[in-house]
Write a protein that binds this ligand. Structure first.
Ligand code: BG6
Length: 513
């Protein structure tokens, strides 16, 4: 089998990835296997790993959900999904991969002696068939409210016993709905699992460019000496999407943008920017340092420093789109926010006085995610400039998507008899530098890390709780009494005008993207 898949990897051009030690042979069990995530991320990522020869020597994948599918249906659906997601699909590699795919119908609420016993039986059968030791990775991508129940039932069915191998649990976000419910879920998990067995997913941490932020700062000597309040004016973090909520109204109406994007992805990006140098690149050091960053964040002045919004109808790429309140499954007077802009302060020695401006939203002008470091001007400029603003042109951008890369904008002399300064760009493009069509998906690395027992890119429980404590006041204040009239931005725009005002009052403006 590996022969097929490895050969395949050469043919389909999986360049750029450097295989390390393969993980322990194991069975991967996916709860919620009929859902979107399994179709768009989990199975395509596992297939891509198999093509690169990065999966364990022997493995099997057992999908489970409530639907009455069997092995063949599961294989056929996943085949269509992989074909749609990956250009690298080939029938030959798929057939080998699909022979390791199985399905068990499980109603999560079922008794441990019912469906869970069938699941246990299936795990045992696949282990016998492929000679897999007793290692099982459970992946939860069901409704988050079911996570506690799944763990309880798995435990009752003796599926979490680690007598002859390991058990690990990968949990999709959101981890709780607020600090209190996250604490509760944490307690439920900890009754039967150690922290070392729990892998809380934040897929932003698996993005190549996010990991590159650390490499850029800590593997190169040039920028770290100026990475502080003496040289940095402010930081902007944007995760804009032009998509709406699609078919996720049920989830989104309960969640809203602050819980969906800020409590996890945006705060992780802030941590990756503001982190102190960890002693080494391992789970303990990195997770301790990111938790320290959150500790230093000043409680948000909600009324002044948080702007929320909801999209109205508008146009995206020339096509008319409806407003949030007209989306299927959304209340006609819903106050669920789909946009947020925030000003955060990190009160520590390095960052005192350097604001971090965050913004994210659905149905914005286009899909783009960036972290921008705006440097201060030189203390004195001997060259003539027409505008004071010209002196602020030193900007470092980590571009997460699209066109992943790192861009440094600085001033140069324009050719000519006079000294005329113009901003120019040094541009590192991920695809060109590493000759890859597109960077591997975040899920590939996260699934591989979980199989290898590496928690470096998975947030620790204290980080999650602290992140909730930062965003909870915003959500609570908004839910008790919204302070802006919604909808307040047109689909296809860059958000409400109040978000521009948030920076303008500080004499700054959002970078044009
Ligand atoms: C998910 C959110 O975590 O991240 C979605 O639930 C959002 O609402 C998505 O669309 C954005 O991820 P990415 O990788 O496309 O920026």
């Amino acid at each position: 089998m590996e022969d097929h898949l490895n050969k395949q990897s050469l043919e389909v051009g999986c360049q750029g990835a450097r295989p390390g030690e393969p993980p322990d042979p194991c069975v991967v069990v996916i709860f919620g296997a009929t859902g979107d995530l399994a179709h768009t991320e989990l199975i395509p990522s596992l297939y891509a790993l198999a093509c690169q020869g990065l999966l364990p020597r022997s493995f099997a994948i057992v999908g489970s959900a409530r639907r009455e599918w069997d092995d063949d249906t599961f294989r056929e659906k996943m085949k269509q999904a992989v074909k749609q997601e990956l250009n690298s699909y080939t029938d030959e590699a798929w057939q080998t991969f699909a022979s390791r795919l199985f399905y068990v119908q499980v109603d999560i609420q079922d008794e441990p002696s019912g469906a869970y016993r069938t699941l246990k039986e299936k795990i045992r059968e696949t282990r016998d068939q492929f000679d897999i030791p007793d290692n099982v990775l459970f992946h939860f991508s069901t409704a988050p409210s079911l996570y506690g129940t799944i763990v309880e039932k798995l435990d009752a069915a003796s599926l979490l016993k680690q007598d002859d191998g390991w058990r690990r649990v990968v949990i999709e976000k959101p981890f709780g709905q607020d600090e209190e419910s996250a604490r509760r879920l944490d307690r439920e998990l900890r009754c039967v699992l150690d922290e070392e067995q729990v892998y809380r997913v934040d897929h932003y941490l698996g993005k190549e460019t996010v990991q590159n932020m650390l490499v850029f700062r800590f593997a190169n000597p040039g920028f770290e000496p100026i990475w502080n309040r003496n040289y940095i004016d402010h930081v902007q973090i944007t995760a804009a999407e032009n998509a709406g909520i699609g078919t996720r109204a049920g989830f989104y109406e309960q969640t809203g943008v602050v819980r969906d994007m800020v409590q996890n992805h945006l705060l992780q990006l802030l941590c990756m920017t503001a982190i102190e140098p960890p002693v080494c690149y391992d789970a303990e050091s990195l997770r301790t340092e990111t938790a320290q960053v959150l500790q230093a964040i000043r409680p948000v002045d909600v009324k002044n420093d948080a702007i929320l919004g909801q999209y109205d109808k508008g146009e995206i790429e020339g096509e008319p789109v409806r407003g949030y309140r007209d989306e299927d499954g959304v209340e006609e007077n819903s106050d669920t926010p789909t946009f947020v802009a925030l000003k955060l302060n990190v009160d520590n020695w390095r960052w005192a006085g350097v604001p971090f401006y965050l913004r994210t939203g659905k149905r914005m002008n286009r899909k783009v995610s960036e972290v921008t470091i705006q440097f201060k001007p030189t203390p004195h400029l001997m060259f003539p400039t027409e505008q004071e603003g010209e002196r602020m042109k030193n900007v470092l951008t980590f571009r997460l998507q699209p066109n992943e890369g790192i861009i440094y904008t600085f001033l140069a002399k324009q050719p000519g008899a006079d000294i005329h300064l113009e901003p120019v760009r040094m541009n590192f493009q991920y695809d060109q530098a590493f000759e890859i069509d597109e960077p591997p998906s975040a899920y590939q690395w996260l699934l591989l890390d979980a199989m290898q027992g590496d928690q470096t890119l998975f947030p620790r429980s204290d980080w999650i709780l602290k992140a909730w404590s930062i965003v909870d006041p915003i959500v609570k204040e908004w839910e008790s009494e919204p302070w802006l009239d919604l909808p307040n931005y047109a689909a296809g725009s860059w958000g409400p005008t109040e978000a521009d005002e948030l920076l303008r009052r500080d004499g700054r403006e959002w970078k044009i993207l």
